[in-house]
Design a protein around this ligand. Structure first.
Ligand code: ATP
Length: 477
């Protein structure tokens, strides 16, 4: 198969070919870019393999492209990177890798194109395209990668257990690609993953989570998670999610399987957001259900306070999975904590004060929270689903009305600690916190509006109950 036409869409390849000619090396496009070209997926990362020095080739190309082009050289890896427009090109010399059982680090030597293709993880990732004069554009497909693309199949180029024992991360990559591309995993390849699952333990959590996040971001993420479960990898990488699996039955009453429920929520949410962290909130929203599960003879199965305990589990899970411990984590924690609130509101008589509290607590994350809640409706009864969703519409409408009126979204109490101290000539002490809290509650309860003057008057009144008298008066606003 010749792909010259497809290459012609990227003038850069001609330039790389010229640089290779000048350096007198053979050069090939390889790996993910070729796969994506054939799948008509947009890809901005181009890998070039040459039989010789990748760094020298990159430098030669940069010389040709002009002074604006910067090459980053990674001497230790023998690679060089170069940016051209929105394309990122990486150059490497073809290499041969030999693994020994006593060490995870391979012996790396210079090799041929064939050696280089042999060390790749899947047939569809081992495709190369020649950039050389004699066969420019020719596809080099030693393992039937094109066949596997057509069959939508992930298969290792060499014997699967060899490929996976050389680098067990490839087990995660198989499932990640299956989930991203909606491919099957070829049965022998999948069997090898099942047999070698415990080898995942030697892989760093950062690398595992990179793959996991790509599964989370795929369009039907449940597929990847089910494969992780079926392969037996899930208990190693995410035991808390594994614990959601299963149904317990007492006195003929069972609860829903929270593993499948969670995956359904994640799938429901996927078309509505590409936000990785909102998707993580879906994965973790019921994570404390196993820990809070009780059977009550009258009420049946309950999971009291699972939202609160779940929120408290988030930092530990993020730490272990080497996910960031910054505001992303706090966002997930907050959504897990609040995930039942709109549901409760939609079931009860809606009071303004409950609405105000939700607005106050959710702040700017309200839209995300509402998306999560809508996705959380997984009833099989379409009537029920319709009813819940229309209740949510009502909740949302009321929230918008209230927000317009009270501006509580990013509620900053109009009375600060400084104002309290100044008014009553206080030094920092507990009573300031008490007063602040009382004022905040009064605003949320709708007793006073979120405005300076009425809040000031309220503060003076409440202060006098505590034996305080003002020494200053409200400032002109
Ligand atoms: P994506 O850009 O979606 O991550 P990709 O296939 O480009 O997909 P990279 O991780 O950038 O993925 O890898 C580029 C190429 O390097 C792959 O197509 C594959 O040929 C090879 N490769 C990457 N990681 C491994 C690995 N662990 N074992 C073997 N080959 C690998």
């Amino acid at each position: 198969m010749n792909l010259k036409d497809k290459l012609d869409a990227f003038p850069l390849f001609e330039r790389i070919a010229q640089a290779a000619r000048d350096e007198q090396v053979k050069a090939y496009v390889i790996g993910g870019f070729v796969r994506d070209l054939l799948l008509k997926r947009n890809s901005k990362d181009i890998d070039i393999v040459c039989v010789g020095s990748g760094i020298a080739l990159a430098n030669r190309l940069a010389l040709d492209l002009g002074p604006d082009v910067h090459v980053s050289v990674f001497k230790n890896f023998g690679t060089a990177q170069l940016k051209q427009g929105d394309l990122e090109v990486e150059f490497v010399g073809a290499r041969k890798e030999s693994y020994r059982s006593e060490s995870r680090k391979p012996i790396v030597e210079d090799g041929t194109l064939e050696d280089d293709q042999n060390r790749r993880d899947f047939t569809i990732n081992a495709l190369g395209i020649s950039l050389n004069d004699e066969d420019y554009g020719e596809l080099i497909d030693p393992f039937g990668g094109v066949r596997d693309l057509r069959m939508k199949m992930l298969r290792t180029p060499l014997e699967p257990s060899l490929t996976f024992s050389d680098d067990p991360l490839r087990m995660m990559r198989a499932i990640r690609f299956a989930s991203q591309l909606n491919f099957d995993i070829e049965p022998d390849t999948f069997d090898a993953i099942m047999a070698m699952k415990d080898r995942i333990e030697i892989v760093s959590m950062e690398r595992i989570s990179d793959e996991l996040n790509k599964i989370v971001l795929s369009s039907v993420p449940s597929y990847g998670f089910k494969l992780l479960y079926q392969a037996g990898l899930l208990p190693y990488i995410f035991p808390e999610l594994m614990a959601l699996h299963g149904v317990e039955i007492i006195e003929g009453r069972g609860h829903k399987d929270n593993f499948y429920h969670t995956l359904q929520v994640l799938d429901n949410l996927a078309p509505h957001t590409d936000d990785l962290w909102l998707r993580w909130a879906a994965i973790l929203h019921d994570i404390a259900k196993p820990a809070t599960k009780r059977f009550d003879k009258r009420a049946g199965w309950t999971f009291h306070n699972h939202e609160e305990l779940g929120a408290r589990m988030v930092p530990g899970i993020f730490r272990r999975l080497k996910l960031p411990l910054n505001e992303k984590m706090r966002f997930v924690k907050k959504l897990v904590r609040l995930h039942l609130r709109p549901i409760v509101l939609s079931k009860e008589e809606i009071t303004d004060s409950a609405m105000r509290r939700l607005l106050f607590e959710a702040g700017d994350d309200l839209e995300s929270l509402m998306k999560l809640c809508r996705a959380d409706i997984t009833s099989k009864n379409p009537e029920k689903v319709k009813r819940y969703l229309s209740n949510f519409d009502l909740v949302e409408k009321k929230l918008i009305e209230l927000e317009e009126k009270d501006k509580l979204r990013n509620f900053q109490p109009v009375i600060t600690g400084e104002i309290i101290m100044e008014t009553f000539a206080l030094t920092p002490s507990k009573v300031i916190g008490v007063l602040k809290e009382t004022i905040r509650e009064a605003i949320l309860e709708g007793i006073i509006p979120n405005e300076y003057e009425p809040a000031f008057a309220f503060m003076v009144e409440e202060g006098s109950k505590l034996g305080l008298s003002p020494v200053t008066f409200p400032k002109e606003k």
